[in-house]
Design a protein around this ligand. Structure first.
Ligand SMILES: NC(=O)C1=CN([C@@H]2O[C@H](COP(=O)(O)OP(=O)(O)OC[C@H]3O[C@@H](n4cnc5c(N)ncnc54)[C@H](O)[C@@H]3O)[C@@H](O)[C@H]2O)C=CC1
Ligand SMILES: O=C(CO)COP(=O)(O)O
Length: 372
């Protein structure tokens, strides 16, 4: 009780979502359905929109606020009246102490530069971004980039969550994994913000493992798409998924000795490999790439097929390759290495299943003892 006999007002947590693509819009809808009317959270969820002008001449942020739908990236799904689209990055984050980062990974460094010194000192972050940066010192996960550049704690949320397949946007059941470093209490607060009867969230103390799962599975999905484009069938695709998962685990553990095996059995691990290899954008564009025999580039196909949405797997394959080649580890990770070489045209799409011809010293399907 306060001095005057009144209860001291407890500050509500204020949430902003940095990003408004396909998954960014679903994330905003999800959290907004939980903040509304909740005593812990302020109702309004501000969503930063990278502004663009629609073919009709209207600004995207205006269209979102007028229709309550992200007409470009998640057409046909109401976001909730408490979602406010804001094209001004600084304004969008100014009042928030819970920041949800969800942009394609290649834009995050630039966004962090713009946000330096502009966010609340008590803010906490969570990254839904699947990807990494490679620095001179080695790989830098996006949550670490956020922590280093903004000086805030940052958890991650990854999982088998294809936004566009109408599973989450239309409230069909799925799961996700929060990875945290130190504070279980903060992870639980994030779980409270995201959990829904149709969206089951669990938390594990293995931030690097969770984030590397989400990041590396995009490269595996490119391999799966190539196999589809070559009409190799389900047995081959299942083999690629198994080998991919094995390489994901081996690389994650080499990069961070703290990574736990059990993380690969969470939604962020095996489940995300499966869903992305079956129905994701990386798979789809890689299939088209293989069907053109590699004649159209991934960039061209991304533009043609995704209408502004971004692939993460191709640039991640390069980033992973940089890490592997810097450490002399290519031979230990034949699938991850081959995907990059196919993406840049050094090997044909068929190399994904003919690996030993191109690299006689090791076989994709035998793998190396290191990988077990
Ligand atoms: N879409 C999905 O099903 C899922 C995506 N993710 C991850 O979420 C992250 C964000 O992906 P989505 O929301 O799907 O985005 P998206 O790929 O659908 O959309 C691209 C977004 O980038 C923005 N953009 C374009 N140029 C930009 C620039 N120069 N600076 C800043 N933003 C720019 C666009 O306005 C748009 O919001 C990625 O790391 C992705 O891997 C995670 C789970 C599911
Ligand atoms: O991360 C995803 C599903 O969990 C989405 O994968 P894509 O980007 O390949 O669609």
């Amino acid at each position: 009780m306060g001095e005057a006999g009144h209860e001291a007002a407890v500050e509500q947590f204020r949430v902003s979502v940095v990003g408004s693509g396909n998954w960014g819009s679903v994330a905003a809808k999800l959290v907004a359905s939980n903040t509304i009317g909740h005593p812990f959270f302020h109702d309004e969820v501000r969503m930063w929109v990278f502004e663009e002008v629609l073919p009709c001449g209207e600004k995207l942020s205006d269209a979102i606020n007028r229709t309550n739908e992200n007409v470009k990236y998640l057409n046909g799904v109401k976001l909730g009246k408490n979602v406010v689209a804001d094209p001004d990055l600084e304004n969008a984050v100014r009042e928030a102490n819970m920041l949800v980062f969800v942009t394609p990974h290649q834009f995050m460094e630039g966004i962090c530069k713009r946000l330096g010194g502009k966010i609340r000192s008590d803010a906490e972050g969570i990254s839904l971004i699947k990807g990494m940066e490679v620095k001179k010192e080695g790989p830098c996960m996006i949550s670490k980039l956020i922590t280093d550049m903004l000086g805030i704690n940052c958890c991650v949320l990854m999982g088998a969550n294809i936004a566009n397949e109408a599973r989450i946007a239309f409230e069909k059941f799925s799961e996700a994994t929060i990875g945290y470093k130190h504070s279980k209490e903060v992870a639980q607060r994030w779980a409270k913000l995201f959990s829904q009867s149709y969206f089951l969230v669990s938390a594990v103390q293995d931030i690097e493992g969770v984030e590397l799962c989400g990041t590396l599975k995009n490269v595996v999905a490119i391999a799966a798409g190539l196999v589809d484009g070559l009409d190799m069938g389900n047995n081959t695709k299942a083999a690629i998924m198994r080998i991919g998962l094995r390489e994901m685990r081996a690389l994650s553990k080499r990069l961070f000795s703290s990574v736990k095996d059990s993380t690969f059995f969470e939604s962020c691990g095996v489940a995300d490999v499966i869903t992305t290899c079956l129905g994701g954008r990386n798979r789809r564009v890689a299939e088209a790439f293989a069907r053109t025999g590699g004649k159209k580039s991934f960039n061209e196909l991304e533009e043609e097929l995704l209408q502004g949405q971004k692939l993460q797997g191709v640039s991640t394959a390069k980033e992973v390759y940089d890490v592997l080649s810097h450490r002399g580890w290519q031979g230990l990770f034949p699938l991850l290495t081959t995907v990059h070489k196919i993406c840049i045209g050094l090997l044909p799409p068929s190399a994904i299943v003919e690996y030993s011809e191109h690299a006689p010293n090791f076989s994709l399907f035998e793998g190396s003892a290191e990988c077990y």
